[in-house]
Design a binder for this molecule. Sequence first.
Ligand code: ADP
Ligand code: MG
Length: 405
Amino acid sequence: MENIREKLAELKNKYREIYGNEAEASVFAPGRVNLIGEHTDYNGGYVFPCALSYGTFALGRKRGDRKIRMYSDNVTRLGIMESSLDDLKAYENDHFTGYVKGVIWAAEEAGFVCSTGMDILIWGDVPNGSGLSSSAALEVSIGLLIKTMFSFDAMTQPQIALLSQKAENDFMGMQCGIMDQFISAMGKDGHALLLNTGTLQYQHIPLEISGAEFVIVNSCVKHSLVGSAYNDRRNECETALRLIREAMQDGRIAMPASGKLPEGLCELTPAEFEAAAGVLQDQILYARAKHAVYENDRTIRAAEALSHGDTELFGKLMRESHASMRDLYEVSCEEMDILTDIANAKDYVLGARMTGGGFGGCSVNLIRKGYAEQFRKEVGEEYTAKTGKKPLFYAGIPCEGARRV
Ligand code: ADP
Ligand code: MG
């Protein structure tokens, strides 16, 4: 967001125009970029995201009845969409209102019951479906909006994240992990967030990178594989974990140092995994599990490196992460490999990798300070020459998480 205040003033006017009333609450929740730690979040591992300056505004006002009216200034053709507190169910033609109703429903399940209906207006500048999590930004903005409007004082930011994830999992039917919602709710200006997705313990790590900066590149491709491949990978990891646990239970392989059966693959160290790998006869299962375990280890080391400004090591781990997603987890795609290869070949680029679930979307790049312009020009031109696509560039991380505005 270039200028939050200006945009907010514009949206307040819009609200008045659409609903004929003043908004009584307004919030902003950011999208996110994951610096490293991909596909670890449903394996009980670490992720290392930070919040973007791009995000979603939600403005609202309580009503005297039980109607929920929703308007997205990004999808004006839909007009005002209407539902009711008495009909918090998912329908085929919900479009974005599924996320809104889903969060209201999940809040209600947790005991935060909205006492009246409401008129909501949203607008965001996170590109949809590009791996920067516009869906989490939308969900978290709605969570914070209802907390604000209905004075749900006991609703904490981590809880908003959990409610939002529940909305996405159980209302929208997308089995995402907790990362996206958690960073959107819990981001901190100038910091990335090291989150243990198994325990939800977290640590804000200051980004002490005076000599370097992160730049995000949108490949502007999205292959339709995303949903099905995501579920396949989850199933493969579950199977690998089950085989390892069974072998540990009947003594064929040693228990991990913790003395407890692992609840997720990422609880295993690389050494423990290699000792257990014999039970994964299927090469695909072995490769998937190996990615999860080593990516988790890289994430811990990367956060450690960044916390004392070791951008060289961070960049190296980013490159290894991309190679692992490409070769072991097989969630990259041709355009994304081209994009990261172009970047990684530049001497002013410390590291480049795909970020997000895969099969397109965005790359995240750590580059030396002062080269942003050159990076845009060179990477932009070379990528277009090789793919015919025009990439988009984003900067300005890391920012604050969801907040009232
Ligand atoms: P991602 O989270 O990677 O951006 P998703 O497919 O998970 O991609 O979420 C994108 C969906 O979120 C869109 O199709 C749309 O339904 C919804 N969405 C997000 N932000 C908005 C918005 N500002 N207005 C309307 N719909 C939105
Ligand atoms: Mg999403």
